[in-house]
Design a protein around this ligand. Structure first.
Ligand SMILES: [Ca+2]
Length: 310
């Protein structure tokens, strides 16, 4: 997703575009996206082709930041690019807390874990659409609710970890850590659940400190915070894709720590160690796209289905 800075109000709106690549342009409440993956400049979305061409020619080049001024033509007569109304979804009907505590309408998005590369979230197998009744944090844990009754039992967590190829020891340890930490805060009322079950409807109460702040306190996904993780602590590969080594993820936990927040730091350590073990990248670099899949839970289903096929 790309946002421009408005230079001056006029009939033809001007923007400064700064990005290493352009996947979409947001202007006056509308999104402009390339058709079939390429911008068709011959039919012109924008009048200043020269700058646009410069960006598009180098759109996959790394370590280059482009600054260009673009003047749009009449929005109603533009062709050569797809245009649709830009809408930001911040509430989920069956998650009341998202209505009670609405965010400012910036880049928050409840239903999809969006990045510049995946502006519509996970589209494989219609994942985002299938999970539109959940916040992204709820999607993150949905995989472990094996029977889809909205409650995650310790046995379901163990089964889920085993499906993700973790060994018995790590799976049992994870059940202990996860259910001792999240069962009480997600239960209804004040009386603890003797079975240590986790209720997905209240999973937003399980957000801890010293994290990346990618999830907000209601469970929404904040793209800015997600991408900040990689620009602050990760590295960009020769192919332009951002990634993070295990050491860099530890630097992230250290850098994001809050004062005296031992629980949050320990939680962050557990999450990044388990994420690295899950991804187990051959080159030692956790790719942004795979980490995004962990955040919205789609990666869990991907790994699980690969195992079943094998
Ligand atoms: Ca269940």
């Amino acid at each position: 997703m790309l946002f421009g800075s408005k230079l001056a109000p006029s009939a033809s709106v001007s923007y400064v575009i700064a990005s290493s690549y352009v996947t979409r342009i947001v202007e006056d409440g509308y999104i402009y996206e390339p058709q079939r993956g390429t911008w068709e400049l011959s039919s012109s979305c924008f009048s200043t082709h020269k700058f646009a061409s410069s960006i598009l020619k180098n759109r996959r080049t790394t370590k280059i930041t482009f600054f260009a001024v673009m003047e749009s033509k009449d929005p109603d007569t533009q062709s050569g690019c797809e245009k649709r109304k830009y809408s930001i979804v911040t509430t989920v009907a069956c998650v009341p807390v998202t209505k009670q505590r609405p965010p400012a309408k910036s880049r928050h998005n409840v239903r999809e874990a969006v990045t510049e590369q995946k502006p519509d979230g996970t589209t494989e197998n219609d994942y985002a659409r299938e999970h539109k009744q959940q916040t992204v944090l709820q999607q993150h844990v949905d995989f472990f609710d094996i029977n889809k009754d909205g409650i995650i039992t310790p046995l379901e967590t163990y089964t889920g970890f085993r499906k993700l190829r973790f060994n018995i020891l790590i799976s049992l340890f994870s059940v202990f850590i996860i259910h001792s930490g999240f069962a009480y805060v997600t239960c209804r009322g004040w009386i603890p659940d003797p079975l240590f079950r986790i209720r997905i409807e209240n999973i937003h109460r399980g957000k801890h400190g010293s994290d990346s702040n990618t999830y907000d306190p209601e469970g929404r996904f904040r793209p800015q915070m997600f991408e900040d993780m990689f620009t602050k602590y990760g590295t960009q590969g020769a192919d332009g894709e951002w990634g993070m080594t295990f050491q860099q993820s530890l630097q992230l936990v250290y850098g994001q720590r809050c004062l005296f927040d031992v629980y949050g730091v320990m939680g962050g350590l557990f999450e990044w160690i388990s994420t690295y073990l899950l991804l187990w990248p051959s080159d030692g670099v956790m790719k942004m796209e795979d980490v995004r899949g962990v955040y919205d839970g789609s990666y869990f289903y991907k790994v699980s289905s690969q195992k079943q096929r094998n």
